[in-house]
Ligand binder design. Structure first.
Ligand code: HEC
Length: 290
Protein backbone atom coordinates (compact mmCIF):
# COMPACT_ATOMS: atom_id res chain seq x y z
CA UNK A 1 0.00 0.00 0.00
CA UNK A 2 2.87 2.31 0.85
CA UNK A 3 4.31 1.68 -2.63
CA UNK A 4 1.00 2.56 -4.28
CA UNK A 5 0.71 5.83 -2.33
CA UNK A 6 4.21 6.88 -3.38
CA UNK A 7 3.37 6.02 -6.97
CA UNK A 8 0.19 8.12 -6.87
CA UNK A 9 2.09 11.14 -5.60
CA UNK A 10 4.67 10.83 -8.37
CA UNK A 11 2.06 10.36 -11.07
CA UNK A 12 0.29 13.51 -9.92
CA UNK A 13 3.43 15.29 -11.11
CA UNK A 14 3.17 13.91 -14.65
CA UNK A 15 2.28 16.79 -16.96
CA UNK A 16 -0.83 16.48 -19.04
CA UNK A 17 -1.05 17.10 -22.74
CA UNK A 18 -3.91 19.56 -22.55
CA UNK A 19 -4.77 19.93 -26.21
CA UNK A 20 -5.79 16.31 -26.83
CA UNK A 21 -9.05 16.42 -28.73
CA UNK A 22 -12.12 14.38 -27.93
CA UNK A 23 -12.13 12.96 -31.43
CA UNK A 24 -11.02 9.32 -31.41
CA UNK A 25 -8.02 8.25 -33.46
CA UNK A 26 -7.99 4.76 -32.00
CA UNK A 27 -7.91 1.95 -34.56
CA UNK A 28 -11.35 0.39 -34.67
CA UNK A 29 -12.94 3.28 -32.80
CA UNK A 30 -14.37 6.03 -34.96
CA UNK A 31 -16.60 9.04 -34.52
CA UNK A 32 -16.82 12.00 -32.23
CA UNK A 33 -19.19 10.14 -29.91
CA UNK A 34 -16.21 8.27 -28.47
CA UNK A 35 -15.14 10.48 -25.60
CA UNK A 36 -11.55 10.22 -24.49
CA UNK A 37 -10.70 9.51 -20.89
CA UNK A 38 -9.50 12.35 -18.73
CA UNK A 39 -5.87 12.62 -17.68
CA UNK A 40 -6.92 11.92 -14.10
CA UNK A 41 -8.47 8.59 -15.10
CA UNK A 42 -5.27 7.74 -16.98
CA UNK A 43 -3.18 8.62 -13.92
CA UNK A 44 -5.31 6.36 -11.72
CA UNK A 45 -5.07 3.52 -14.23
CA UNK A 46 -1.29 3.86 -14.40
CA UNK A 47 -1.06 3.94 -10.61
CA UNK A 48 -3.09 0.77 -10.22
CA UNK A 49 -1.98 -1.26 -13.25
CA UNK A 50 1.53 -0.13 -14.12
CA UNK A 51 3.32 1.81 -11.38
CA UNK A 52 4.14 -1.22 -9.24
CA UNK A 53 6.73 -2.26 -11.85
CA UNK A 54 7.44 0.95 -13.76
CA UNK A 55 8.16 3.10 -10.72
CA UNK A 56 10.22 0.65 -8.71
CA UNK A 57 13.64 1.99 -9.81
CA UNK A 58 14.25 -0.86 -12.19
CA UNK A 59 13.86 -3.71 -9.70
CA UNK A 60 11.37 -5.47 -11.97
CA UNK A 61 13.49 -4.61 -15.04
CA UNK A 62 10.67 -2.36 -16.25
CA UNK A 63 11.67 0.93 -17.95
CA UNK A 64 11.01 4.04 -15.87
CA UNK A 65 8.93 7.12 -16.74
CA UNK A 66 11.73 8.84 -18.62
CA UNK A 67 11.90 5.85 -20.99
CA UNK A 68 8.16 5.45 -21.40
CA UNK A 69 7.93 9.20 -22.07
CA UNK A 70 10.49 8.86 -24.86
CA UNK A 71 8.33 6.34 -26.73
CA UNK A 72 5.63 7.33 -29.19
CA UNK A 73 1.96 7.04 -28.11
CA UNK A 74 1.51 4.56 -30.95
CA UNK A 75 4.29 2.26 -29.75
CA UNK A 76 3.01 2.29 -26.15
CA UNK A 77 -0.46 1.48 -27.44
CA UNK A 78 0.96 -1.31 -29.64
CA UNK A 79 2.95 -2.72 -26.72
CA UNK A 80 -0.24 -2.94 -24.61
CA UNK A 81 -2.39 -4.17 -27.50
CA UNK A 82 -0.15 -6.79 -29.05
CA UNK A 83 3.44 -6.43 -27.74
CA UNK A 84 5.38 -7.26 -24.60
CA UNK A 85 2.76 -5.59 -22.32
CA UNK A 86 -0.20 -7.44 -23.85
CA UNK A 87 -0.85 -9.34 -20.63
CA UNK A 88 -0.77 -6.13 -18.55
CA UNK A 89 -3.04 -4.44 -21.10
CA UNK A 90 -5.53 -7.31 -21.25
CA UNK A 91 -8.09 -5.76 -18.92
CA UNK A 92 -7.80 -2.27 -20.44
CA UNK A 93 -10.13 -0.91 -23.13
CA UNK A 94 -8.66 0.72 -26.23
CA UNK A 95 -9.57 4.16 -24.87
CA UNK A 96 -7.79 3.38 -21.62
CA UNK A 97 -4.64 2.29 -23.47
CA UNK A 98 -4.72 5.46 -25.55
CA UNK A 99 -5.23 7.61 -22.44
CA UNK A 100 -2.24 5.99 -20.70
CA UNK A 101 -0.09 6.35 -23.84
CA UNK A 102 -0.98 10.05 -24.14
CA UNK A 103 -0.37 10.66 -20.46
CA UNK A 104 3.08 9.06 -20.52
CA UNK A 105 4.23 10.74 -23.71
CA UNK A 106 2.37 14.07 -23.38
CA UNK A 107 1.41 13.69 -27.05
CA UNK A 108 -1.93 13.05 -28.73
CA UNK A 109 -2.34 9.61 -30.26
CA UNK A 110 -2.50 10.20 -34.01
CA UNK A 111 -3.11 7.37 -36.43
CA UNK A 112 -1.67 8.80 -39.61
CA UNK A 113 0.46 11.70 -40.76
CA UNK A 114 -1.47 12.71 -43.85
CA UNK A 115 -1.01 16.38 -42.98
CA UNK A 116 2.70 16.28 -43.91
CA UNK A 117 3.81 18.36 -46.88
CA UNK A 118 4.82 15.45 -49.13
CA UNK A 119 6.78 16.16 -52.35
CA UNK A 120 4.89 15.70 -55.61
CA UNK A 121 7.53 13.41 -57.07
CA UNK A 122 8.66 10.70 -54.69
CA UNK A 123 10.86 8.38 -56.70
CA UNK A 124 14.35 8.84 -55.27
CA UNK A 125 17.57 7.24 -56.46
CA UNK A 126 20.04 8.59 -53.94
CA UNK A 127 23.73 8.20 -54.68
CA UNK A 128 26.21 10.70 -53.21
CA UNK A 129 26.64 10.88 -49.43
CA UNK A 130 27.82 14.38 -48.53
CA UNK A 131 27.57 14.37 -44.75
CA UNK A 132 26.58 11.53 -42.42
CA UNK A 133 26.64 10.45 -38.80
CA UNK A 134 27.54 12.84 -36.02
CA UNK A 135 30.84 14.12 -37.38
CA UNK A 136 30.03 14.05 -41.07
CA UNK A 137 32.61 11.38 -41.94
CA UNK A 138 34.13 8.28 -40.29
CA UNK A 139 36.87 10.44 -38.76
CA UNK A 140 34.21 12.65 -37.15
CA UNK A 141 35.81 15.93 -38.21
CA UNK A 142 32.47 17.73 -38.65
CA UNK A 143 33.98 19.49 -41.68
CA UNK A 144 32.22 19.86 -45.04
CA UNK A 145 34.39 20.46 -48.10
CA UNK A 146 33.67 23.86 -49.74
CA UNK A 147 32.63 22.28 -53.06
CA UNK A 148 29.95 20.31 -51.23
CA UNK A 149 28.89 23.08 -48.83
CA UNK A 150 28.75 25.61 -51.71
CA UNK A 151 29.12 28.30 -49.12
CA UNK A 152 31.98 30.54 -48.05
CA UNK A 153 32.46 31.98 -44.57
CA UNK A 154 31.82 35.57 -45.75
CA UNK A 155 28.42 34.56 -47.16
CA UNK A 156 27.17 33.34 -43.79
CA UNK A 157 26.00 36.74 -42.39
CA UNK A 158 23.82 37.27 -45.47
CA UNK A 159 21.88 34.02 -45.41
CA UNK A 160 18.10 34.36 -45.89
CA UNK A 161 15.35 31.95 -44.88
CA UNK A 162 14.34 29.70 -47.76
CA UNK A 163 11.93 27.38 -45.95
CA UNK A 164 11.27 26.13 -42.42
CA UNK A 165 10.19 22.73 -41.18
CA UNK A 166 8.36 22.42 -37.85
CA UNK A 167 8.28 19.33 -35.63
CA UNK A 168 4.67 19.23 -34.54
CA UNK A 169 4.52 19.62 -30.76
CA UNK A 170 8.31 19.45 -30.60
CA UNK A 171 10.49 21.25 -28.07
CA UNK A 172 13.94 19.94 -28.90
CA UNK A 173 15.87 18.57 -31.86
CA UNK A 174 19.00 16.58 -31.17
CA UNK A 175 19.96 14.88 -34.42
CA UNK A 176 22.20 16.30 -37.10
CA UNK A 177 20.93 15.86 -40.63
CA UNK A 178 22.68 13.42 -42.93
CA UNK A 179 22.97 14.88 -46.44
CA UNK A 180 22.66 12.66 -49.51
CA UNK A 181 22.43 14.37 -52.91
CA UNK A 182 19.91 17.17 -52.40
CA UNK A 183 18.16 15.55 -49.43
CA UNK A 184 18.35 15.80 -45.65
CA UNK A 185 17.65 12.77 -43.44
CA UNK A 186 17.22 13.28 -39.69
CA UNK A 187 15.39 11.94 -36.67
CA UNK A 188 13.07 13.65 -34.22
CA UNK A 189 12.08 13.90 -30.58
CA UNK A 190 9.07 11.69 -31.27
CA UNK A 191 10.73 8.91 -33.25
CA UNK A 192 9.90 10.09 -36.75
CA UNK A 193 12.77 10.00 -39.24
CA UNK A 194 12.29 12.37 -42.17
CA UNK A 195 13.80 12.71 -45.62
CA UNK A 196 13.36 16.29 -46.88
CA UNK A 197 14.09 17.91 -50.22
CA UNK A 198 16.68 20.63 -49.54
CA UNK A 199 15.30 22.93 -52.25
CA UNK A 200 11.72 23.11 -50.99
CA UNK A 201 11.53 21.40 -47.58
CA UNK A 202 8.89 18.98 -48.85
CA UNK A 203 8.85 15.48 -47.34
CA UNK A 204 10.06 12.58 -49.48
CA UNK A 205 9.32 9.96 -46.84
CA UNK A 206 8.81 9.61 -43.12
CA UNK A 207 9.48 6.51 -40.99
CA UNK A 208 8.10 6.08 -37.49
CA UNK A 209 10.53 4.50 -35.02
CA UNK A 210 9.30 3.34 -31.62
CA UNK A 211 11.01 6.01 -29.55
CA UNK A 212 12.83 9.30 -29.96
CA UNK A 213 15.88 9.42 -32.18
CA UNK A 214 18.69 11.46 -30.69
CA UNK A 215 21.74 10.39 -32.66
CA UNK A 216 22.69 11.01 -36.26
CA UNK A 217 22.13 8.73 -39.25
CA UNK A 218 24.87 6.47 -40.66
CA UNK A 219 24.93 5.33 -44.30
CA UNK A 220 26.34 2.36 -46.22
CA UNK A 221 25.91 0.83 -49.67
CA UNK A 222 24.46 -2.64 -50.18
CA UNK A 223 25.54 -5.02 -52.94
CA UNK A 224 23.22 -3.39 -55.50
CA UNK A 225 24.73 0.04 -54.77
CA UNK A 226 21.55 1.08 -53.01
CA UNK A 227 22.15 3.28 -49.98
CA UNK A 228 21.08 2.00 -46.56
CA UNK A 229 20.68 4.25 -43.53
CA UNK A 230 21.13 3.17 -39.91
CA UNK A 231 20.09 4.79 -36.64
CA UNK A 232 19.03 3.88 -33.11
CA UNK A 233 16.23 5.07 -30.86
CA UNK A 234 16.07 5.90 -27.16
CA UNK A 235 14.44 2.52 -26.47
CA UNK A 236 17.57 0.65 -27.64
CA UNK A 237 16.17 -0.36 -31.05
CA UNK A 238 18.47 -0.17 -34.07
CA UNK A 239 17.07 0.21 -37.58
CA UNK A 240 18.24 -0.22 -41.17
CA UNK A 241 16.10 1.50 -43.84
CA UNK A 242 16.37 1.95 -47.58
CA UNK A 243 17.54 5.53 -48.11
CA UNK A 244 15.45 5.91 -51.27
CA UNK A 245 12.04 5.35 -49.71
CA UNK A 246 12.51 4.85 -45.96
CA UNK A 247 11.26 1.24 -46.13
CA UNK A 248 12.56 -0.91 -43.26
CA UNK A 249 15.14 -3.64 -43.99
CA UNK A 250 15.68 -4.82 -40.42
CA UNK A 251 15.19 -3.75 -36.83
CA UNK A 252 16.88 -5.20 -33.76
CA UNK A 253 17.31 -4.36 -30.09
CA UNK A 254 20.58 -3.82 -28.22
CA UNK A 255 18.75 -3.56 -24.92
CA UNK A 256 20.14 -5.72 -22.14
CA UNK A 257 18.93 -3.66 -19.16
CA UNK A 258 15.52 -2.03 -18.56
CA UNK A 259 16.91 1.48 -18.73
CA UNK A 260 19.23 0.94 -21.69
CA UNK A 261 19.04 3.83 -24.11
CA UNK A 262 20.87 4.88 -27.24
CA UNK A 263 21.46 8.61 -27.34
CA UNK A 264 24.66 8.57 -29.41
CA UNK A 265 25.16 8.00 -33.11
CA UNK A 266 25.69 4.58 -34.69
CA UNK A 267 28.74 4.21 -36.96
CA UNK A 268 29.05 1.97 -40.00
CA UNK A 269 32.52 0.71 -40.88
CA UNK A 270 33.63 -2.19 -43.03
CA UNK A 271 30.45 -4.26 -42.78
CA UNK A 272 29.90 -3.67 -39.06
CA UNK A 273 27.58 -1.29 -37.27
CA UNK A 274 28.87 0.11 -33.97
CA UNK A 275 26.09 1.06 -31.55
CA UNK A 276 26.76 3.13 -28.42
CA UNK A 277 24.43 2.26 -25.58
CA UNK A 278 24.11 3.55 -22.05
CA UNK A 279 22.16 2.76 -18.94
CA UNK A 280 20.32 6.03 -18.73
CA UNK A 281 20.78 7.82 -15.46
CA UNK A 282 24.04 6.02 -14.61
CA UNK A 283 27.66 6.15 -15.70
CA UNK A 284 27.60 2.61 -16.98
CA UNK A 285 28.25 3.00 -20.71
CA UNK A 286 29.22 0.47 -23.33
CA UNK A 287 29.39 -0.01 -27.07
CA UNK A 288 28.09 -3.11 -28.82
CA UNK A 289 28.88 -4.44 -32.28
CA UNK A 290 26.10 -5.84 -34.47
C1 HEC B 1 4.52 -6.94 -13.51
C2 HEC B 1 5.33 -5.80 -13.87
C3 HEC B 1 4.77 -4.87 -14.92
C4 HEC B 1 3.55 -4.27 -14.97
C5 HEC B 1 2.40 -4.39 -13.97
C6 HEC B 1 3.55 -3.44 -16.17
N1 HEC B 1 4.74 -3.55 -16.81
FE1 HEC B 1 5.29 -2.59 -18.54
N2 HEC B 1 7.07 -3.56 -18.51
C7 HEC B 1 7.49 -4.43 -17.52
C8 HEC B 1 8.81 -4.95 -17.90
C9 HEC B 1 9.63 -5.93 -17.07
C10 HEC B 1 9.12 -4.36 -19.13
C11 HEC B 1 10.37 -4.61 -19.96
C12 HEC B 1 10.02 -5.70 -20.92
C13 HEC B 1 11.10 -5.92 -21.92
O1 HEC B 1 12.05 -5.13 -22.01
O2 HEC B 1 10.97 -6.92 -22.63
C14 HEC B 1 8.02 -3.49 -19.48
C15 HEC B 1 7.98 -2.75 -20.65
C16 HEC B 1 6.96 -1.85 -20.94
C17 HEC B 1 6.94 -0.99 -22.09
C18 HEC B 1 7.99 -0.96 -23.17
C19 HEC B 1 7.66 -2.06 -24.13
C20 HEC B 1 8.51 -2.07 -25.34
O3 HEC B 1 8.04 -2.66 -26.32
O4 HEC B 1 9.64 -1.53 -25.31
C21 HEC B 1 5.79 -0.26 -22.03
C22 HEC B 1 5.31 0.77 -23.04
C23 HEC B 1 5.11 -0.64 -20.84
N3 HEC B 1 5.85 -1.63 -20.20
C24 HEC B 1 3.92 -0.10 -20.43
C25 HEC B 1 3.18 -0.58 -19.36
C26 HEC B 1 1.90 -0.05 -18.97
C27 HEC B 1 1.21 1.13 -19.64
C28 HEC B 1 1.49 -0.79 -17.91
C29 HEC B 1 0.19 -0.68 -17.19
C30 HEC B 1 -0.98 -0.88 -17.97
C31 HEC B 1 2.52 -1.77 -17.62
N4 HEC B 1 3.54 -1.61 -18.51
C32 HEC B 1 2.48 -2.67 -16.58
C33 HEC B 1 6.83 -4.77 -16.38
C34 HEC B 1 5.52 -4.41 -16.09
Amino acid sequence: MKQLCIALVCIAMLPYYSSCSNQSNVPGLHGSDVVKLSADSAKSLFAVDCAVCHMDNGQSRAPGLIHLGGMTPKSIFASLESGSMQLQGETLSKQQKVAIAELLTMRPFVENNQHLNYCESRNLKLSKVKYSGWGGNPEGTGFIEPDIAQLTADQVPNLKLKWAFGFEGGTVSRTKPTIIDNFLIFGSQFGEVYCLDMSTGCVQWMYEADANVRGGIAVSEDIDNQLIIYFADFGGNVYALKANDGKPIWKTSVKTEPNNAVTGTVTYFDGLLYVPSDIHGSDNRRTRKL
